[in-house]
Design a protein around this ligand. Structure first.
Ligand code: CS2
Ligand code: MG
Length: 402
């Protein structure tokens, strides 16, 4: 019987910080898992190296479910992003190995194709409305059929989601960047630029917007109602989701679809949101919600309640997660859409991935497993540097949700 012989944790910064787990079996088969938790990377690396890797050596790599239960129940301390990201990395690596041993691309082990490709959305943004409109035009020319729109609030700045460089990178400083926030200014301004996008480009593409946890439930209800004529594909993270039932208030006032989940890490964190149909899309991911094994459970619960998937896919989720997501998106019956922020070229120097973009959709590699390889020599050229996500402060100086 093949056993797990080695499990290595790599922390590197090819374009941005990533934590990657590589599991190697006694037959020499390797599997990759993403363990990146933006702004808290070393916590997961230590959890894996110090507490999980010693438990993996000698285990049967084929026993994916048993390993998941062993790591989840065996920790005693359950849930949370660090624990679930560490378990996710192991789980994803074991699925990669299983695909390679079977000689099949991962989606074939997950039920095979349910669709020809994975619909994705891109990220248009602008420091002002003209710049945003130009960026939306650019994404339409690139063939995107779904586009997220974010613009800076005039005179306040600090709005979520406005790209500065080639890609949107919020974790850009060695200490948290403190950014101003004004709910009033946002509520007055954001609907106007979403209306401007529809006015300029019409309705032949999906338009999305990320509120990014910034509003109270009643403010989110007001925002959703105000933008109903924009026919958003979704408004994302309209309010912090710790209090799942607070979404009932949003539902009472607006038909604008709601998407939640990128910052959540277990089925229990979205159970009420899904079972009461308080959301329309669940955004949990392979890397932060316990891997493919757990994410499938979330997606199956969602399917029971006509909730579709809409997994997070920012650049702080590595190409390993993107590949695993595309395999799963291809197979699940209740797929909605996949977020897609192309990584910068340095990232591709370390992660060789077979995922490709074509005509507004992503397609996985047909190689066995995930179809991703990790070049550790290349990774050594990109040492880790501490990077933090920003902190938002209201104009009176108090901390707000970033
Ligand atoms: C955002 C992310 O892509 C999204 O929807 O919410 O950019 C998020 O802010 C980052 O992934 C946090 O690390
Ligand atoms: Mg988001």
């Amino acid at each position: 019987m093949s056993t797990i012989e080695r499990a290595e944790v790599f922390v590197a910064s090819p374009g941005r910080n990533f934590v990657t787990l590589r599991v190697t079996t006694s037959d020499g088969v390797t599997g990759l898992g993403d363990a990146t938790l933006n702004g808290r990377e070393l916590a997961v690396a230590a959890y894996l190296r110090d507490h999980v890797v010693p438990l993996l050596i000698g285990r049967d790599p084929a026993r994916i479910e048993d390993t998941w239960q062993y790591l989840y129940r065996g920790a005693y301390w359950r849930r949370g992003p660090v624990t679930m990201t560490a378990i996710a990395a192991v789980d994803t690596a074991l699925w990669d190995i299983k695909g390679k041993v079977a000689g099949l691309p991962l989606y074939q082990l997950l039920g095979g194709r349910s669709r020809d490709g994975v619909l994705v959305y891109g990220h248009a943004s602008g420091a002002d409305v003209p710049a945003l409109l130009d960026d939306v035009a650019r994404f339409r020319e690139l063939g995107y059929r779904a586009i997220r729109a974010q613009a800076a609030v005039p005179d306040v700045g600090g709005t979520y989601g406005v790209r500065k460089g080639v890609v949107y990178e919020p974790a850009a400083s060695s200490l948290p960047d403190e950014q101003p926030w004004s709910t009033e200014d946002y509520l007055d301004f954001a609907p106007t630029y979403l209306e401007a996008v529809r006015e300029r480009f019409g309705f032949d593409f999906h338009l999305l917007h990320d509120v990014h946890h910034r509003l109270t439930p009643i403010e989110a209800a007001r925002f959703g109602k105000r933008v109903e004529d924009c026919r958003l594909f979704w408004m994302e993270d309209p309010t912090p989701a710790e209090n799942q039932e607070s979404f009932r208030l949003i539902r009472q006032h607006t038909t604008t679809p709601v998407a939640v989940g990128e910052a959540l890490s277990s089925i229990w964190d979205v159970q009420q949101l899904i079972s009461e149909q308080l959301i329309d899309y669940v955004r949990t991911t392979v890397v932060h919600a316990g891997g493919i094994t757990h994410l499938r459970r979330i997606f199956d619960l969602a399917a029971l309640h006509q909730v579709r998937t809409g997994s997070h896919g920012a650049t702080d989720l590595s190409p390993v997660t993107l590949a695993a997501a595309v395999h799963l998106d291809l197979a699940v019956p209740n797929f909605g859409i996949q977020e897609y922020m192309p990584h910068v070229p340095e990232t591709a120097e370390v992660f060789r991935s077979g995922v490709r973009f074509d005509n507004g959709m992503l397609h996985p590699s047909e190689e066995p497993g995930l179809g991703v390889e990790y070049d550790e020599e290349a990774a050594e050229r990109f040492p880790y540097e501490p990077r933090y996500l920003p902190v938002a402060r209201r104009l009176d100086g108090s901390v707000h949700d970033w």
